[in-house]
Write a protein that binds this ligand. Structure first.
Ligand code: SF4
Length: 445
């Protein structure tokens, strides 16, 4: 269990030397108990004290690395139950399942399709990280071959799923040096699988029939020399799995070491839409790896969007550079649109302008990454800031028609902008989705 500040303090030198950056040893101990500083910041702590404080200085959730080089994925080391308390740090791995019962051509085709599941969203590429090869055949050689083909054709790191430790050994051998996550689905085979994971230098996911069984199993796996463990609470279906994942996160943050590992969850709902909801829920709370059959773009986009949103730092709005953007082959008669530098606002406008095929200037005003209405309400998106951004961009020369299209939500700004800039202001649609129709049917230079 977690040590209190006073328990930590008892192990410190108590000299109040300030070398750690804190005024007293007690202040340092209290910060350490809150997991806001690590023990290595005190250079004077003895080896005996280090050993005693090990549980307070270790991260509550073990860091686990899957894959290598460009495909490397790190999960774990999370410190919060709720994202708004700080942030979630390591985005969950999204794995799409492939059965080793597919023939080689079908398996290669599905693996290639999974490897191509990538999308551009708010200026960032979001994509699937993992391919999960499932040993449904029960055959070791078939499993090894499927792992080889899936890794090569998808270009992704692998999760290898089997009920047999020997089969995991065969498949891990086929992916030697690629550090797949080995998943043993039969708890009775877990210790044999630990020996395989240790030999192959791979992380190991283990399944327990319930959390008590899992908590009894993980110390045995760790004692066998495998530190990087991933937990499957053994539940299937949204409600029990969400409960189990939440309990694991709560207990691990209370430094209950047997469950201090990232978790793996399987989205298994037979309805394709419900499976998307299930996978997205596990990403929000608290899957480290989420395995799904959802291999179509319409399914994967919402799953990856959920991951992107959950793992963005909530204290830092995502912003684009405030400047003048040119979309398409702009000229003197091109419309000029204004928005804020909040990524979602900017990319919504940019996407709709592209869809309209009407080349346009978009001026993105520095509102510290806040959206149109938020920035207007906080007086960051007003006649002065918009006019200043127009002047900095040299718009008088680029757009001699001197007409500015503003978002319909802030029509109230039109008179002020006209007074400040000398331009005519046109009231655009309230939502970016109205831009294609507006640009095609209403815009005139
Ligand atoms: S560096 Fe160590 S001994 Fe010095 S004040 Fe900090 S905790 Fe105390």
């Amino acid at each position: 269990m977690a040590l209190t500040g006073l328990e930590i303090y008892k192990q410190l030198p108590k000299t109040n030397c300030k070398d750690c950056g804190f005024p007293t040893c007690l202040a340092f101990a209290m910060k350490m108990a809150a997991k806001q500083v690590s023990l290595d910041k005190c250079p004077h702590v003895t080896d005996e004290a280090k050993a005693a404080l090990e549980s307070a200085s270790r991260p509550p959730i073990q860091l686990v690395t899957i894959g290598t080089e460009d495909n490397e994925l790190k999960i774990g080391n999370e410190t919060q139950l709720f994202r708004h308390e700080e942030r979630f740090h390591r985005p969950a791995g999204v794995a799409v399942r492939i059965s080793d019962t597919l023939d080689e051509a079908a398996l290669a085709e599905r693996a290639e399709k999974i490897g191509c599941l990538a999308f551009e969203r708010v200026g960032t590429t979001i994509k699937v990280n993992l391919v999960a090869v499932d040993n449904e055949s029960g055959d070791a050689a078939q499993f090894a071959k499927a792992a080889e083909v899936a890794a090569e054709k998808s270009g992704l790191a692998c999760v290898l799923i089997s009920a047999k430790a020997d089969n995991l050994k065969a498949a891990a051998g086929a992916l030697s040096g690629k550090r797949p996550l080995l998943y043993i689905s039969d708890p009775a085979q877990a210790e044999a699988a630990a020996a395989v994971a240790k030999d192959e230098g791979c992380p190991l996911a283990v399944r327990g029939d319930d959390l008590d069984a899992l908590a009894e199993l993980t110390p045995k796996i760790a004692a066998a020399g495998v530190e990087e463990i991933v937990l499957d609470p053994g539940t299937r279906g949204l409600k029990p799995t969400l409960e189990a994942l939440t309990k694991i996160r709560r207990l691990s943050l209370k430094s209950f070491r047997p469950l201090g590992y990232p978790a793996i969850a399987f989205a298994t709902d037979p309805d394709p839409t419900m499976q998307v909801i299930e996978a997205s829920t596990y990403i929000a709370k608290y899957g480290g790896v989420v395995v799904t059959d959802a291999a179509d773009a319409w399914q994967m986009l919402p799953i990856l969007t959920t991951r992107q949103d959950i793992y963005i730092d909530p204290q830092k709005p995502v912003a684009v550079e405030p400047k003048l953007y040119e979309v398409g082959e702009v000229g003197a008669e091109s419309p000029v649109l204004v928005t804020t530098n909040f990524s979602l606002s900017y990319y919504s406008v940019e996407g709709e302008v592209e869809a309209s095929r009407v080349p346009a200037y978009i001026i993105s005003v520095d509102t510290e990454g806040t959206s149109v209405l938020t920035a207007w309400a906080s007086d960051k998106f007003n006649a002065e800031t918009i006019t200043a951004a127009m002047k900095n961009a040299g718009l008088d020369e680029k757009a001699p028609h001197k007409k500015l299209v503003i978002p319909g939500l802030v029509a109230v700004l039109s008179a002020g902008i006209e007074d400040e800039s000398g331009w005519s202001v046109l009231i655009g649609p309230k939502e970016a989705s109205g831009l294609p129709s507006y640009l095609k049917n209403q815009w005139k230079p």
